[in-house]
Each structure stands twice: as structure tokens, then as C-alpha cells.
Design a protein around this ligand. Structure first.
Ligand code: CP
Length: 305
């Protein structure tokens, strides 16, 4: 039995297979419509979510399976003090697979150690968000045709942004990826992430102004400044509007650059950018359903001919 805690849990070859399966699901959804009949997915969300929880649920329903779960710690027995380990032991009796989001880093890992069903990390604190990374990889592969040989700018909250940390780790395994980290001083990418790139011999730069690097980028990955990870409101208010991508800044970009965002967006992308064909963040959401369908099939070892 396999769990998914980090995008590195899959080898590059296994990721290629997963993305190929997601692509086949996109092309032939009817082939997969009954693949998980009789199976149940539990969504255990101790932290708020729109996309991740609902895309997991849509994915299982698209596969003909069933879903149940909770969407906040307050509506579960966590509010009475039940541990993650005890909860997953219960859920193992009810479901075939589960997706867990938790504010504490490592909580899904703790669950996986006592679980008798596959556990998927759906985001743990500021640590990892592997299924967002699978979504991002499928988006890049589908729209740029490759996972390497490009310059990617990651912009915004690079300190707390778990989607950024997971994506950098995943892309570090591909060739000729040039990273540009765009952030204010206070939200810089942590040193341990730079070490990942140093170990893989991949180039990176850190800059503060998005305008300075816009013409170089093949991919711009925008992120939100995360209010929930700040220790004080004053710092959040000072930094929250540091970057606002607008039409004027988009004129500096390549004609085929793509703008990605894990969402939710707050102010960092002006709505006027949404109609630009290079803005692909809503397409990214659709890819998130295909790749989660592929992940559920893979972890449940369901083969569709
Ligand atoms: N991208 C993402 O994780 O969105 P949610 O927080 O809405 O799940």
C-alpha cells in the first residue's frame, strides 16, 4: 500500500505514467466512469479548502465512487481532543482511501503510519502540497509540452507557500529549469529550498521587482500572501499588496508565457488579467480534477483497459 506525502514519493518515471493517465482521462472520461464503483473516499480537512477538497470529491464521483468527510476541525471530534492517529484508525474502517489537510506540518505522515488505507497529504501547514504540485506539473506539461528547458518565476509568499516548496522540489528533478524567486525580503524562499537546487546544480536568482525579470519568463507562478501563516496582522497588512499583476506588467511578458496560480487569489492578480489567453489559472483547476482521478486510481491499484 502506498501513501502520498510529497511529490518526491513518485519517481520521475512514475510521475510520467501518472500524467499520461491523467491525459487519457481528459481525452476519454467515459472509460473511467465506473472504475471506482463501490469504493469510498474520505476527505478529512482540518483547515479550510475549496479546490483541493472539492476536486478530490469531484474526482471520486467522476470515477463512480462515493465520498464523505468533514471540512473543518470544529465539525469533527478533533474539537473534543481526538488525535489524528485515532481518527485515521476509525476512518480506515469506513473508507478505502483518504485525503487529509492539516495545519500542522507532518500530520498526514503521522496518520499514514497507523493507517490501513492510502493517505494523501492534501496540504500540511507551510510544508508540502503534493497534489497541487501534480496539478501544476500536468498544467505545465499540457500547455508548454515539456517539464524542463524553461525559466520559471515564482512570485509572492515564498517563505510560507507550501505549493511553491512542493513545486520547486518536483521541478528540481528535471533538466534545464532556471528558477527566479520574486519576493520581498521578508518572504524569501527558505535556505533549505535553495539547498535542494544547489544539490541538483540548478541555477536560481532572487529579485524583488517582478518587472525586472518579466521578459525572461516562460512561466510565472503567482502566489497569495497567506494571512493564516503570519504571526501578526501588521506584517500581513504591510506585505499583502506587494505584488499586483496587471495588464501593464503583462505587456512586458513573452507572447507564450503562461501565468499560473494555485488559487485562491486575493489581490495579487488583477481581474483584468483573467481575459488574457496567457492566464491559465482556471484551466489549472480543471487539470487538478484529472490528476486527482489518476492519483486515486494509482493508489487504489485500479487498472482500466
Ligand atoms: N490550491 C488550493 O490548495 O486551494 P484550496 O485551499 O481552496 O484547496
Amino acid at each position: 500500500m502506498r501513501h502520498l506525502m510529497s511529490p518526491l514519493d513518485f519517481s520521475v518515471e512514475e510521475l510520467d505514467e501518472l500524467l499520461a493517465l491523467a491525459h487519457d482521462i481528459e481525452l476519454h472520461p467515459e472509460k473511467y466512469a465506473h472504475a471506482c464503483e463501490g469504493k469510498k473516499l474520505a476527505t478529512l480537512f482540518y483547515e479550510p479548502s475549496t479546490r483541493t477538497r472539492l476536486s478530490f470529491e469531484a474526482a471520486m464521483l467522476n470515477l463512480g465512487g462515493n465520498i464523505f468527510g468533514f471540512s473543518s476541525a470544529a465539525s469533527s471530534s478533533a474539537a473534543k481532543g481526538e488525535s489524528v492517529s485515532d481518527t485515521i484508525r476509525m476512518i480506515s474502517c469506513y473508507a478505502d482511501i483518504c485525503a487529509m489537510r492539516h495545519p500542522k506540518e507532518g500530520a498526514p505522515m503521522v496518520a499514514s503510519r497507523v493507517s490501513s488505507i492510502p493517505v494523501i497529504n492534501a496540504g500540511d501547514g507551510g510544508h508540502q502540497h503534493p497534489t497541487q504540485t501534480l496539478t501544476d506539473l500536468l498544467t505545465i506539461h499540457s500547455l508548454k509540452g515539456r517539464l524542463g528547458n524553461f525559466t520559471i518565476g515564482l512570485c509572492g509568499d515564498l517563505k510560507f507557500g507550501r505549493t511553491v516548496h512542493s513545486l520547486v522540489r518536483a521541478l528540481a528533478r528535471y533538466k534545464n529549469v532556471n528558477f527566479i524567486f520574486i519576493s520581498p525580503e521578508e518572504l524569501r524562499i527558505p535556505d533549505y529550498m535553495k539547498e535542494v537546487l544547489d544539490e541538483n546544480g540548478l541555477p536560481y536568482r532572487e529579485v524583488e521587482r517582478i518587472e525586472d525579470v518579466m521578459p525572461e519568463l516562460d512561466i510565472l507562478y503567482m502566489t497569495r500572501v497567506q494571512r493564516e501563516r503570519f504571526f501578526n496582522e501588521e506584517d500581513y497588512v504591510r506585505l499583502k499588496d506587494f505584488y499586483i499583476l496587471n495588464k501593464k506588467k503583462m505587456t512586458l511578458a513573452k507572447k507564450d508565457m503562461i501565468v499560473m496560480h494555485p488559487l485562491p487569489r486575493v489581490n495579487e492578480i488583477s481581474v483584468e488579467v483573467d481575459s488574457d489567453p496567457r492566464a491559465v489559472y482556471f484551466k489549472q483547476v480543471q487539470y487538478g480534477v484529472y490528476v486527482r482521478m489518476a492519483l486515486i486510481l494509482t493508489l487504489l491499484e485500479v487498472k482500466v483497459c
